[in-house]
Design a protein around this ligand. Structure first.
Ligand SMILES: [Zn+2]
Ligand SMILES: [Zn+2]
Length: 84
């Protein structure tokens, strides 16, 4: 399998994530079947299963993707417990 090294570019949207591009923050090294490079924050976002908003800060609750805003107090406590 040959992948193309696209350097500072996002493997999903192919836009530059270089410093000064506005996408440098929150980029992560990434690769797919075609490209080797980075993934910008926008392309890492997922849709919350409860409010349908795109978010970077999500939690998995019983197989659901849930953004921080949609967590119930009980779920939040549960997550904090797991961290310790
Ligand atoms: Zn992207
Ligand atoms: Zn939500």
């Amino acid at each position: 399998m040959n992948t193309v090294d696209i350097g500072d570019h996002c493997v999903e949207c192919l836009q530059s994530t270089a410093m000064g591009s506005g996408k440098f923050v929150n980029r992560v090294p990434a690769g797919n079947e075609k490209y080797d490079g980075f993934m910008c924050a926008e392309c890492q976002m997922i849709e919350c299963d409860r409010c349908d908003e795109l978010t970077l800060e999500y939690n998995t609750i019983n197989g659901e993707w849930v953004c921080d805003d949609c967590l119930t107090d009980d779920e939040l406590l549960e997550l904090l417990k797991e961290d310790t």
